[in-house]
Design a binder for this molecule. Structure first.
Ligand SMILES: [Mg+2]
Length: 237
């Protein structure tokens, strides 16, 4: 079984360090008037967010401009995340991750819109070792153009197959996330999905979007683990 965690507002919060760093990086490169106010962030892929931000400021998102923006963003967020306490895990996350690590036959991973470099920085800043999530699908791992979060579960599943030597069925994969984007990317790929209301969307909204299960937070470790492991118990019975 493979459990894929979203990062922002699911595993951790950075107190908007990502958003602020994207604005700061844009202003460093393109001047003080660079404005990301209208850009949608939650649950979206970083490459799409950067493209939108450039377009909103009248700039064509060429590979060159995107690369420069990405590099500047990573430098900004790296500096910002040095502030102690800015990044912290969401309620119940350390306990849940520890509980899942002790379950045989279960692999943990990440499915996130973050670039690898900024995603790893966020995890470390919040006190989560990225090595605890050996399967990763990052924001720029979509093999298609335009990229979409919907393309990421198959990426994670193929990485899991490479690591374990056997193909995993989609119903043995769970996505845990805080936005309708997380819910949809799981549903369209036949994966189970647990919505968590620690971001902009309450648990009820994530259920309405099609989540199989939802919780306000991940604090009830026993109940969350029970739901996650239901298919394992069914296969043993
Ligand atoms: Mg999120």
């Amino acid at each position: 079984m493979l459990i894929l965690f979203d990062i922002d507002a699911t595993l951790l919060t950075t107190t908007r360090a990502g958003l602020i760093s994207m604005a700061e990086a844009g202003q460093r490169l393109h001047g003080e008037s660079f404005d990301i106010g209208q850009v949608e962030f939650a649950g979206r892929l970083d490459p799409l967010i950067l493209s939108d931000a450039l377009r909103r400021n009248g700039l064509e998102p060429t590979p060159h401009l995107l690369r420069a923006y990405r590099d500047a963003y990573v430098r900004c967020i790296e500096a910002r995340l040095r502030e102690p306490g800015l990044a912290r895990t969401c309620p119940g996350v350390p306990e849940l991750v520890a509980a899942l690590e002790s379950v045989p036959g279960l692999t943990l991973g990440l499915l996130t819109g973050n670039f690898a470099e900024s995603g790893m920085m966020k995890l470390r800043a919040a006190g989560l070792d990225p090595d605890r999530f050996p399967i990763r699908a990052w924001g720029d791992d979509s093999p298609h153009d335009p990229p979409s979060r919907d393309h990421l579960p198959p990426v994670a599943m193929s990485r899991h197959a490479e690591r374990c030597g056997s193909v995993i069925a989609p119903e043995r994969v769970v996505v845990i996330g805080d936005t309708p984007h997380d819910v949809r990317c799981a549903r369209v790929n036949g994966c189970r999905v647990l919505g968590v209301g620690t971001g902009m969307y309450p648990a009820a909204r994530l259920l309405a979007e099609g989540a199989d299960h939802a919780a306000d937070t991940l604090e009830d470790t026993r109940e969350v683990v029970r739901w996650l492991l239901e298919p394992l118990r069914a296969s043993v019975a």
